[in-house]
Ligand binder design. Structure first.
Ligand code: ATP
Length: 327
């Protein structure tokens, strides 16, 4: 899929909190899967801000751009009023417009495709004493490219649900129209649903969903809800895709409440690494990693967030051993 020759260069951003712990787990499993990757460590985030006063420097983006993609842990927001989100800077700088979040358990399997660059996170804001405004920008180009990505995924699955709030937000009329037209063009079965109804249905009957496409903020919130529905944030991976670059990260944050104790669930990070291998075209190895994760979960080898008593390392080791057997 990458089409960039044999060498696979990955910017490694472990980040803060549980980020390094879960990424180390993912690296161990990638090695057990026999992945042939070149890692370029890039220090970004709170730790870097404490050392240098900057969570991310200009040259960091240039270094990241010498790589094909990024494997990302999590970043703690520094207490700095001028702080610009590292993740948003990377998403914008690499034009990673599609956030793909698969949610899978033994009996659930759906994907949220979230627009990643505009909507409520466009960064167009005005603050003064009396009034604070955030502009929700929806463009034809932004809607079209996320609709195309979602339809490409849905065309290999069952159906598309377009989630919006066009009864109140006029900007969503554009998003909805473009998604409908794109689904017609792809001949993908589709429905549309108001975001409040989608939030309710995700809890009541998550099986009714297959591929959801939605705008930035709605996708952010619905994916944390979906993570809760399938059993926890620690299980969930994501891919941020653009035309040229990609970034893979677990959907959880730096979890400062459990950082440093070696008990963070590494599965979201390991599944993100599997998505990265798939993006590189290593579909067989990616599937083997996913199967080893499922086998390990079925054996109840689990960290405390899933009711188990294993450490991050023990879970990663169990998955790695399973991979060694299936060789
Ligand atoms: P951030 O602002 O960086 O997103 P946060 O604390 O708001 O941080 P998370 O870091 O995602 O959000 O944590 C939310 C909750 O989920 C916390 O209770 C945390 O311990 C738990 N959690 C997050 N990631 C994991 C993980 N990998 N394993 C176990 N628990 C996790």
């Amino acid at each position: 899929m990458s089409g960039r020759g044999a060498e696979k260069r990955v910017a490694l951003v472990k980040g803060d909190g549980v980020g390094p712990e879960v990424i180390d787990g993912a690296l161990a499993v990638l090695e057990a899967a026999g992945a042939d990757l070149e890692f370029v460590p890039v220090e970004l985030g709170y730790g870097q801000w404490k050392k240098t006063g900057k969570a991310m420097a200009e040259e960091d983006l240039d270094l990241v751009k010498t790589c094909h993609c990024v494997l990302f842990g999590a970043i703690t927001t520094p207490p700095d009023p001028d702080y610009k989100s590292v993740l948003l800077t990377l998403r914008k700088g690499l034009d990673l417009y599609a956030n793909i979040r698969p949610f899978r358990t033994a009996d659930l399997d759906f994907v949220i495709v979230r627009e990643n660059t505009e909507g409520m996170y466009s960064g167009v804001e005005k603050l003064d004493e009396e009034e604070a405004t955030t502009l929700r920008v929806i463009t034809l180009r932004g809607s079209l490219r996320i609709a195309e990505k979602a339809c490409a995924i849905a065309s290999k699955r069952e159906k598309l649900t377009i989630v919006h709030k066009s009864n109140v937000l006029k900007s969503d009329n554009l998003f909805l129209r473009i998604c409908r037209e794109t689904a017609h063009r792809w001949d993908v079965p589709f429905e549309d649903m108001l975001v409040d109804a989608a939030a309710y249905n995700l809890v009541i009957n998550p099986k009714r969903f297959d591929v959801i496409v939605t705008t930035n903020l709605f996708g952010d919130i619905l994916s944390d809800e979906a993570a809760g529905v399938i059993g926890g944030l620690g299980l969930c991976p994501s891919a941020n895709l653009g035309e040229k670059y990609a970034l893979f990260e677990p959907i959880h944050g730096s979890a400062p409440d459990i950082a440093g104790r070696g008990i963070a669930n590494p599965i979201g990070a390991i599944r993100s690494a599997a998505m990265m291998l798939e993006w590189f075209g290593e579909v067989g190895k990616a599937r083997m990693m996913e199967e080893a994760v499922e086998w390990t979960l079925a054996q109840k080898v689990a960290t405390p967030d899933l009711g188990g008593s294993c450490s991050t390392r023990e879970v990663a080791e169990a998955i790695s051993k399973r991979l060694a057997w299936s060789d």
